[in-house]
Write a protein that binds this ligand. Sequence first.
Ligand code: NAD
Length: 370
Amino acid sequence: MTYRVTLIPGDGIGPEVTRAACTVAAATGVAIEWETVDAGELAIKARGTPLPDAVLDSVRKNRVALKGPITTPIGGGFRSVNVALRQQLDLYASVRPARAIAGEGTRFPETNLIVVREATEGLYAGVEHWVDRDHTAAETVNVITRKASDRIVRFAFELARAERRKRVTAVHKANIMKTTGALFQTAFREMAAKYPDIPADERLIDNMCMQLVKKPEEYDVIVTTNLFGDILSDLCAGLAGGLGVAPGALYGDSLAVFEPVHGSAPKYAGQDRADPVAEILCVELLLRHLGEREAADRVFRAVWETIAEKKVVTYDLALPGYTQRPVAPSSCSAMAREIARKVPLVDLTAPLPRPPSAGPAGAADPQLEA
Ligand code: NAD
């Protein structure tokens, strides 16, 4: 069977990391026919819009897509191509697993949690305006609906059940946001009652940030609204080793788009330096979505072993300041080839290897802090 999947290379480092991801996908032996469509800067040049109908049509037809990051044009036109894509395809669930890989680049080698973020409304609904002509006051409306809250919390409980996760934690600020926060909280409590087999609890967003940087290993599935989820998913990416290794997925009722948490990193574009792991782990998530479980396990395992072995890794996993085990950095394409080489060779029954000095990592990562 051949799967037809939309491929959106995107901007900046997008073409490099999606090429790397396709190299690894090919190594799994799963037959995927990529239908490549351009969004972002290339699409603006060719068609005058960063999000042509052809992109939306392709995703609707194939129902599954692999996407690179897209630069948000500064100035007029779209608020953000990424936000527009989510809204137009009703990709309401943004799912970001934060898994520390081989204990590298993290102070929290046991981190293994999933942030489920509502992606269509909240403070990103685009309802905002200047209050006066002089632009001395402004308002952004936080749109929270019962329908969107119900479906995102249901999604989180279904995910927890399917992946045998131990707990779902809702994050909100219902003590201060007495309408929007309370609406989301009520939706969560009523949905939790329908899933008595899955322990459920709640945290206020400020407390959650503190809890996560102290003991992330205590959390499992976190479900929250759009802005809180955006912030928490980057925080959790940092806990798990940085943007270079953080994949993501966007789900609607019948569509799925896989994209890394990171952006287009324009300063590294065209240099073959960017870490391809986040995009490669998007392929892992995509294969799981297609039901190709063994191929997905092989990709995850090959990534893990490559990082643990640390012979062919990009700068963010190699250089002093990013890691306690510095080595010479490799290129994006070389790391992808190394992961692809390992994919058919890995032993899925062996325990995951730990590198010699895995554990609390060194200094903060200056490049990935932005
Ligand atoms: P960014 O994620 O592109 O970069 C943040 C930092 O991380 C930079 O220092 C960058 O060099 C580094 N970095 C990111 N990915 C890396 C990788 N794979 N390997 C090594 N280093 C990496 O964030 P930004 O600079 O705020 O945004 C750049 C552009 O990307 C903006 O136009 C933004 O709107 C867009 N963006 C798009 C998406 C998306 O397409 N989903 C997500 C976030 C940002």
